[in-house]
Write a protein that binds this ligand. Sequence first.
Ligand code: BGC
Length: 276
Amino acid sequence: MRGVAREAGSVRLLSGQKALVTGANSGIGRATAIRLGRAGADVVVNYVADRTAAEEVVKEIQGFGVRAYAHEADVSQEDQVVRMVSRMVDELGTIDVLVANAGLQRDAPIASMSLQEWHTVLEVNLTGQFLCAREAVKEFRRRGVVPDVSRAAGKIICMSSVHQVIPWAGHVNYASSKGGVQMMMATLAQELAPERIRVNAVAPGAIRTPINRGAWETDEAEAGLLKLIPYGRIGEPEDIADAVLVMASDLLDYVVGTTLYVDGGMTLFPGFATGG
Ligand code: BGC
């Protein structure tokens, strides 16, 4: 395989590639940044708060013999995203993989959801992905395909959610943002495929991370959550990291504009297993 070296017992799928992972100081982003580094990529670890955690991720990645650094930026701020990507090009030479992961929740029933809560979620989860994708595309285009590195000119993986299709009462801002991510991803995939830029999404179900601690930290909450997961376990950040790695690699070079659900079957309408 082109551009591929070995990693302990398996293939280093992203050898020589440069990846930017947003929101990489915790949860899914952290596991993904580490996984891409272990697969041979140099990694920019973006964070908006908690520099210490981001630096720990960087150290772990550097342990794989690749380059990594932490970069503070709020993905919803245009100037900060522009600076982040241009620094990456200066320091690492280019960008091959963007994992647009940074996201948050500000939950409230509709009548008590403030406009600020609506805006914050849309701006980080959707506008943030748009801004990062736009800046990455400019560099993918400038550089074009380098066959020894990858068959594609660039790969964008949008972190979506099962809530791009599952409505979620009390979370209208979040579900709307992820519905938007789905259409943004598909539209960009259509627009950019002729340039060999692959845009896809990974849609996690319930993954054990700080964003949904309340849904799994007590036995009672966990039992309720498991009713929604046919596969019978809560996901771990590494489940998503592995999916992102394969999506970013040339193994899936012909996969364009697709959402890979990594959800233990949450999108299979589990209520209908015994009803309907
Ligand atoms: C949300 C989590 C939730 C999961 C499944 C995710 O996108 O961020 O809070 O547990 O979807 O409902």
